[in-house]
Design a protein around this ligand. Structure first.
Ligand code: IPE
Ligand code: IPE
Ligand code: MG
Length: 287
C-alpha cells in the first residue's frame, strides 16, 4: 500500500518535470527480456511474450499521453529466425493477434495512427502477412501518429535493400549516382513515405547494453539518445518510461548548450550575421 503510494507520487513528480520540456518526436524500443521474465516468475516462456505484448500496449498509451508522434517497436529481428520453430510460431501468433486488435481498436482511428510493418515481411507466415496488410491498409491515410512495427527486421539488411534499390534505379537511368544523399537513402529505407524517420531516443530493456542491429541509419542521423535499463520488458513500468524521456531531455539540453556556445563563438568572431549559420544553429536547437 505504502509502496504503491510512493510509486504514484514518484510517477506524478516525474510527469510534472517532464512535461515542462520537449519530448522526442520519434522513440524506438528494443523490447527485450520476455523469456527471462517468464523463467523468473516460473511461467511457460510463451507467456513471457504474451505479457510483453501487454506492456507494448501500455507503452503506446504512454507515448500518446506525452504527445510522441512516432514510435518504432522491435518485435522480431532477422536473427530471431534462428530460434526454435515452436517459439517462432508463438511469437508470430502474438504479433498477428496484436495487429488485428490494433486494426479494430477505436483508439487507432480516433488518434489517426498509421501502422507500418518494417522488415523482410515476405519471410513471415502467410497469416501474419495478412494481418500486416490489413492493418496497413486500414490505416494507410492516417497522419496523426505513426507506429512502425519492426518484424523480421535487420538494420544492415534494410541498408543493403536500399542500396540495391538505388543501384537498380541508377542502372535504369531513373536516379543519378551524384544525387544520392542522406535524404535519398532515407527515402529508400523500409520507412519510406513516413516523414522524418530519424530516431530521437532508443530504449532497451532487459539489462543488455547493445542495439542488436536496430535502426542503424535512423539512429545515427539524429545522434539519438539511448536509455538502457534492467527491468525485463513485461515488467517495464511507466516510471521507467518517464526516466527514459528524462535522459532524452538531458541529452537535448546538453546539445542546446553546446550549440549556444558555438553560436557565441561565431558571434565573437564576427560571423553571427551570416544567415545560413544562424538558421542552422536555430534548427539544431529546435530539434
Ligand atoms: C524479446 O525477449 C522478444 C523477442 C526477441 C521476440 P526475448 O525473447 O529475447 O527474451 P530474453 O531476452 O531471452 O529474456
Ligand atoms: C533484440 O532481442 C531483438 C528484439 C527485441 C526483437 P534479442 O534477445 O533477440 O537480442 P540479442 O540477440 O540478445 O542481441
Ligand atoms: Mg533477448
Amino acid at each position: 500500500m505504502f509502496r504503491e503510494m510512493l510509486y504514484q507520487g514518484y510517477e506524478r513528480l516525474l510527469t510534472g518535470e517532464i512535461t515542462k520540456h520537449g519530448v522526442p518526436r520519434h522513440i524506438a524500443v528494443i523490447m527485450d527480456g520476455n523469456r527471462r521474465y517468464a523463467d523468473r516468475v516460473r511461467i511457460v516462456r510463451y507467456y513471457g511474450h504474451v505479457y510483453g505484448a501487454r506492456t507494448t500496449e501500455q507503452f503506446l498509451e504512454w507515448c500518446w499521453e506525452l504527445g510522441i508522434k512516432q514510435t518504432t517497436i522491435y518485435a522480431f529481428s532477422t536473427e530471431n529466425f534462428s530460434r526454435s520453430e515452436t517459439e517462432r510460431d508463438k511469437i508470430f501468433e502474438v504479433i498477428a493477434k496484436k495487429l488485428d486488435e490494433l486494426a479494430d481498436d477505436p483508439r487507432t482511428h480516433e488518434r489517426r495512427m498509421r501502422v507500418l510493418a518494417i522488415g523482410e515481411t515476405h519471410l513471415l507466415p502467410a497469416y501474419l502477412q495478412d494481418a500486416i496488410k490489413r492493418v496497413e491498409d486500414i490505416t494507410r491515410d492516417y497522419d496523426g501518429l505513426c507506429l512502425n512495427v519492426a518484424v523480421a527486421y535487420g538494420g544492415q539488411r534494410e541498408i543493403l535493400d536500399a542500396v540495391q534499390d538505388m543501384a537498380r534505379k541508377v542502372r535504369a537511368g531513373k536516379l543519378r549516382a551524384c544525387d544520392i544523399d542522406e535524404s535519398v537513402v532515407s527515402r529508400h529505407l523500409y520507412t519510406n513515405g513516413v516523414a522524418d524517420s530519424d530516431v530521437d531516443l532508443i530504449v532497451r530493456t532487459g539489462g543488455d547494453i547493445r542495439t542488436s542491429n536496430f535502426l542503424p541509419w535512423q539512429a545515427s542521423g539524429s545522434e539519438c539518445a539511448a536509455y538502457f535499463c534492467a527491468p525485463f520488458w513485461p515488467e517495464f513500468r511507466k516510471i521507467d518510461f518517464l526516466r527514459a524521456i528524462r535522459v532524452y531531455q538531458v541529452r537535448a539540453h546538453e546539445r542546446e548548450c553546446a550549440t549556444r556556445r558555438t553560436l557565441n563563438l561565431l558571434a565573437a568572431c564576427g560571423y553571427a550575421e551570416i544567415e545560413g549559420v544562424v538558421g542552422q544553429v536555430k534548427r539544431a536547437i529546435c530539434r
